[in-house]
Design a protein around this ligand. Structure first.
Ligand code: PNW
Length: 460
């Protein structure tokens, strides 16, 4: 039997829009995900998080389930528009009360709360009136919101994650436009990522200066990254795999650990890549107490000649293809989840080692790992052999990484419960393309009027 270190953190994770429901209750205003999901044609069967898992009403039952499972830590996110309905100004007492009760309920059951401040549900008013993450002012709005959370919850919460997967916000939200706010662009992902990093930096500075001395907690960021295995041992393919990782995780982790974007991104993205001021560099460098990692899958990477007409076949996973010229492929023998994500536990070990080497052995927490499967309910339960095997194999890979010197400190399985899987809704048929990405209508820049016209029957 393999053994993990005694102080290893075992937990599970969720996010606000995916589970809470009560979208129009408790003084909560709409977020960009409410607007996105209520725009016809953007989610599987136009499903929304209006009800989700009804966690807002059933949180006590849910915490009881966690306790019965023996969970020691629970990672959840706060819905910004429950705390500040417009994203600025007035604090909504009912929102504070809900999370405060949830935190107390967790602590009563000996479960440590890990809070993510932003898991993609930006208050809609900040999008329609301020252009959301494109606006440099957003870093100040986020800092204020974060401060409200530290002030009200920091006495009891000792583990903070500023942002969940800024890569997804940038690429899927602003590059492909299949996630909120539904924008399609080749430059916006880089601008948005830049503001996300600045916002993270500001929130961390505030925490460290004003709250941490009294509250004594840890704060970091969670990034997502898939593994990239060179398709062949050729130098160009090894370079392609490295380049792909640098565009994926280096984009966000290099500024945090080294103070700037990877060289290869500066060279290839050119003027579309914003530059940090010296002040921002200083603020962002060293701004994470731990390396939060969401990891699920991986692909082979190979070099693409810039004159060839090969396009990236694997949707959404590569970032902007034109900037990287990396072809991503799966081995036909690999087992796949229902979301069509390859099950390759050895990729998890390799990625952990890669991160450890590049960033000088930081403490790492896997803040998400798990798999979507087309579960068959028989007599009220699921014979979960494939999922069990997935988690076991990935944990073995984690254990090997620890043996090899990686400073892995914890693991949170995704997810605590079945939930609203963004554009895929509540579908059991993941991986099937139900939306035509070519013709999908994307959100225009000044979106207030557009949403009003697009969302019939709206509550916005
Ligand atoms: C993560 N991709 O999302 C999120 O943090 C969760 O909210 C989500 O439920 C989970 O993974 C499973 O999907 C991702 O296309 C969604 O590369 C898409 C991608 C990556 C992460």
């Amino acid at each position: 039997m393999i053994k993990f270190p005694k102080d290893f953190i075992w937990g599970s994770a969720t996010s606000s829009y995916q589970i809470e429901g009560a979208a129009r209750e408790g003084g909560r205003a709409w977020s960009i995900w409410d607007a996105h999901a209520h725009t016809p044609g953007r989610t599987h069967k136009d499903e929304t998080g209006d009800i989700g898992c009804d966690h807002y009403h059933r949180y006590k039952e849910d915490v009881k389930l966690m306790a019965d499972l023996g969970l020691k830590a629970y990672r959840f996110s706060i819905s910004w528009s429950r705390i500040q309905p417009d994203g600025q100004g007035e604090v909504n007492r009912e929102g504070i009360e809900f999370y405060s009760n949830l935190i107390d309920e967790l602590l009563t059951h000996n479960i440590k709360p890990w809070i993510t401040l932003y898991h993609w549900d930006l208050p809609l008013a900040l999008q329609t009136e301020k252009d959301g993450w494109l606006n440099p002012e957003i870093a100040d709005f986020f800092e204020k919101y974060a401060g409200i959370c530290f002030k009200h919850f920091g006495d009891r919460v000792k583990n903070w994650i500023t942002l969940n997967e800024p890569w997804v916000v940038a690429i899927l939200g602003h590059g492909e436009g299949i996630f909120a706010p539904g924008r399609k662009s080749k430059s916006e992902p880089y601008q948005v990522a830049h503001q996300l990093l600045r916002a993270h930096g500001k929130a961390v500075s505030l925490y460290r200066q004003k709250y941490n001395p009294l509250q004594n907690g840890k704060i970091g960021i969670t990034n997502n990254c898939d593994w990239r295995e060179p398709l062949t041992n050729s130098e160009v393919d090894r370079d392609a795999a490295k380049r792909s990782l640098e565009f994926f995780i280096g984009w966000f982790a290099d500024p945090i650990y080294f103070g700037d974007y990877p060289e290869v991104m500066k060279e290839r993205v050119g003027d579309r890549l914003p530059r940090f001021t010296d002040e921002d560099k200083a603020m962002i460098k060293g701004s994470s107490d731990f390396f939060g990692l969401n990891h699920y899958t991986g692909l082979y990477a190979s070099d693409v000649d810039e004159n060839s007409d090969v396009q990236n076949e694997v949707y959404g996973n590569g970032g902007l293809f034109e900037d990287q010229y990396v072809q991503l492929t799966a081995d036909p023998d690999w087992k796949m989840t229902t979301m069509n994500w390859a099950i390759i536990p050895w990729g998890c070990r390799k990625l952990l080692e890669w991160i450890s080497n590049r960033y000088n052995n930081p403490p790492i927490f896997i803040t998400e790992n798990g798999c979507a499967l087309d579960d068959q309910l028989i007599d009220g339960s699921v014979n979960d052999t494939v999922r069990k095997e997935y988690v076991e194999e990935y944990l073995k890979a984690c254990h090997q990484a620890i043996q090899n010197g990686v400073n892995l400190k914890g693991y949170f399985v995704w997810s605590f419960m079945d939930n609203f899987e963004w554009a895929l809704g509540y579908s059991k048929r993941f991986g099937i393309h139900y939306v035509d990405y070519e013709t999908l209508e994307r959100t225009p820049k000044n979106s207030a009027l557009w949403y009003k016209e697009t969302i019939k029957n709206n509550g916005f």
